[in-house]
Design a protein around this ligand. Structure first.
Ligand code: ZN
Length: 334
């Protein structure tokens, strides 16, 4: 829900019930190039939703406030997205307080009374455009499965990736590292170490270029140039994540020809935009749906700091941690 041009936050447009489905227009921005968004960090923090300050348009009072509220920004103004349960089965609220001290009776529209609005009926085809997804989040849960994939983009990072490996080991979790091949060339030993520790090495282009700005030949050349780097280390990725989440049909086709599934994410805490650990953790939590594919960046210190808490939260939600290729196998038909 972020547009590349101007990196404008537009996650919430009205103080109404919202869902947390990532849109195909989401683009990822490499941390090292992010310039905007920093000023948002100092914006005033509005009051959290509480049982005393939220009354629905139907007059029902909030019964239970979700402590894992999420702060986002709209036109430079802070917006709280909170979850909560109303006496009339309303849930998942969003509101725009006038300021931090005058939250009283925001208008709250009625949400689904059956399942959480945060649980999509199906996976967006955007997350895995190279295959047909045959499972829904609900069907996985009904089968007693909840494959969740932690994914770390933009490494290898000399100091932060070893810390991430250590945390993952402590929790007995395998993850996926979407590595930039040019950086792999500089850090071959670390790359091999990540693989040796049981994690999946995935393809994140040669140098983090925007594939939509390349023609077919350019995309194919980039895919091959990066693949050659991995292959020279005895690593053969089967999963590709286009930088910025920016791709077209040709990308999917060319990647497939190179033996790669194009794979995006379902849960983006925007750790590159708002880098403090508490925010990153709370966003992953709030944006969780069964079968989450969590987009993290191993070059953000706050992400590393948040990681133990993120794992703890996801475990509490029943996540069974898998690699990206395992996630793909779990939800797709071919
Ligand atoms: Zn990236």
């Amino acid at each position: 829900m972020f547009l590349l041009a101007g990196l404008t936050a537009c996650a919430v447009t009205k103080p109404i019930v919202t869902t947390r489905v990532v849109e195909p227009t989401v683009v990822e921005t490499p941390v090292e190039s992010v310039q905007s968004g920093q000023q948002l960090a100092s914006a005033p923090v509005p009051a959290a939703p509480t049982t005393s300050n939220l009354v629905s348009s139907q007059g029902s009072r909030l019964q239970q406030a979700d402590p894992n509220r999420v702060l986002t920004y709209q036109n430079g103004q802070p917006v709280i997205q909170g979850g909560g349960q109303f006496s009339q089965n309303q849930q998942d609220l969003t509101y725009l307080p006038a300021d931090s001290s005058t939250v009283s009776q925001p208008v709250i529209q009625k949400a689904s009374t059956t399942t959480s609005k945060k649980t999509p009926k199906k996976f967006s085809s955007w997350v895995l455009p190279s295959r047909k997804i045959v499972k829904t989040p609900k069907s996985l849960v009904d089968e007693g499965r909840n494959p969740c994939a932690l994914t770390f983009d933009d490494g290898p990072h000399k100091t932060l990736d070893p810390q991430i490996l250590s945390i993952l080991d402590q929790h007995g979790i395998r993850a996926t590292f979407f590595l930039i091949a040019k950086s792999v060339k500089r850090q071959p030993e670390l790359t091999k170490e990540i693989a040796a520790r049981g994690h999946e090495i995935a393809h994140h282009s040669w140098d983090h270029d925007d594939y939509k700005k390349k023609n077919g030949a350019g995309q194919a050349a980039d895919l091959k140039r990066a693949n050659d780097v991995f292959n020279n280390l005895g690593i053969y990725p089967t999963v590709f994540r286009p930088p910025y989440g920016s791709f077209n049909k040709k990308t999917v086709s060319l990647a497939r020809q190179a033996g790669l599934d194009t794979f995006l994410w379902t849960n983006d805490p925007e750790d590159w935009r708002k880098r403090d650990a508490a925010t990153i953790r709370s966003r992953v939590n709030a944006r969780y749906t069964p079968g989450s594919v969590v987009l993290l960046h191993s070059i953000v210190p706050g992400t590393v700091k948040a990681l133990p808490g993120i794992i703890e939260d996801l475990k509490a939600k029943g996540c069974q941690f898998v690699t990206s290729s395992e996630w793909i196998a779990a939800v797709s038909s071919n």
